[in-house]
Write a protein that binds this ligand. Structure first.
Ligand code: PEP
Ligand code: MN
Length: 373
């Protein structure tokens, strides 16, 4: 488990007793807004870094696109006052980060004294952009937060982190902000926790923060998502915070006030992910899980064997592998069973879509194999 989030800036996650918090507005809107946000956040000791959007990547043109260099001037203009508030509570100096999407953004971020920059989800999705950004970051000493790509491809995320490292960036941290998938369900971006879990497995030395604001897209689920992230061993959170969220120029529905953030942090529970306290009971329960998983896989293998036999029957009857009516009936029936068993319908649906896709593939294989005889 990484203990240090940003080594160069000497920010240490203290024994996982408190999560590292990055907070601040989606977009910088004025000197007054930044000063109000900064001063209120400076009073929360767990906040180590202020995030502030300077250039806003809009999916479609025409929206507010950020104040750019003017915003950087506002940030620099209120830092002195914000630092004084932080000193008054005896806390560590606050750091600042903004998003960069073009090499010239990196240059400006450096000129106006940013400590870190983040690479946004749309940029991480494009290795050409990441390559240009990391070339611009070389030798700057800036720390980098790498958001996951909009699509759930862990390799794009890793690729951006690797490019940062190749450019000599020492402090790299990952930020999980959810994924834009075909069905996002109740959230703006699906969390798909298995992707950051896979990143942790493949790159255990990289700290991971969760951005529940961009996952949720609205205020209400932010606290619960934050707790889930900490339970999964994330090192901290990035939460959009605005002095007057209702009037925010961007992402108004998902920003919270600094005092709401204070209450949210108070409510968080840090638990051990190291298993030091693993009891005998936990060991036995895990044995049961291992056993049940084996049984589930044996059943899956048996199901695929039946699918292979079905393929032969369909072929003899000149039927196509995919039978939409049958699939519709299967899905409905499985969802009903899921309800009866108290399982999440969304989860069961996802599992059966995967099982069905594999079954189709296996049947195509049988028929294809036959054709080639
Ligand atoms: C943001 O953090 O304001 C932002 C635009 O994030 P993302 O790149 O995750 O969409
Ligand atoms: Mn935002």
């Amino acid at each position: 488990m990484p203990a240090v989030i940003f080594k160069n800036m000497r920010i240490v996650v203290r024994d996982r007793k408190t999560p590292y918090i990055v907070a601040g507005p989606c977009s910088v809107e004025s000197l007054e807004q930044m000063e109000a946000a900064g001063k209120a956040l400076a009073l929360l000791p767990q906040v180590g870094m202020i995030r502030c959007g300077v250039w806003k990547p809009r999916t479609r043109p025409g929206g507010f696109e950020g104040y750019g260099e003017q915003a950087l001037q506002w940030i620099a203009g209120c830092r002195g006052e914000v630092d004084k508030v932080r000193e008054s509570i005896g806390g560590e100096r606050l750091h600042y980060c903004c998003e960069v999407a073009l090499p010239e953004h990196v240059e400006l971020a450096l000129r106006y004294g940013m400590d870190a920059v983040w690479i946004g989800a749309r940029s991480t999705a494009n290795p050409f952009v990441v390559q240009e950004l990391t070339a611009a970051l070389r030798g700057t000493g800036l720390s980098v937060l790498v958001k996951n790509a909009v699509s759930p491809d862990v390799r794009l995320w890793m690729g951006a982190i690797e490019r940062c490292r190749q450019a000599g960036v020492e402090d790299v941290c990952a930020v999980h902000r959810g994924f834009d998938v075909y069905r996002n369900g109740q959230y703006r971006n699906s969390p798909l926790w298995e992707v950051p879990i896979e990143l942790r497995r493949l790159m255990p030395e990289i700290p991971i923060l969760c951005d529940p604001s961009h996952i949720a897209g609205r205020r209400e689920p932010i606290a619960a998502l934050s707790q889930t992230a900490l339970d999964l061993g994330f090192d901290g959170l990035m939460i959009e915070t605005h002095p007057d969220p209702e009037r925010a120029l961007t992402d108004a529905g998902q920003q919270i006030t600094p005092s709401e953030l204070g209450r949210l942090i108070e409510g968080l529970v840090m638990r051990s992910t190291e298993g030091v306290a693993a009891s005998e009971e936990l060991r036995l329960l895990r044995e049961q899980i291992d056993h049940l998983d084996r049984e589930a896989l044996q059943l899956l293998a048996a199901r695929m064997e039946v699918a292979r036999r079905i393929a032969t029957v369909k072929q003899e009857g000149n039927m196509s592998v995919f039978q939409p009516k049958r699939w519709d009936a299967v899905l409905r029936q499985r969802m009903e069973t899921a309800r009866e068993l108290g399982l999440s319908e969304e989860c069961v649906k996802g599992i059966f879509e995967k099982v069905h896709a594999e079954s189709v593939r296996v049947q195509e294989d049988v028929i294809g194999g036959d054709r080639h005889v």
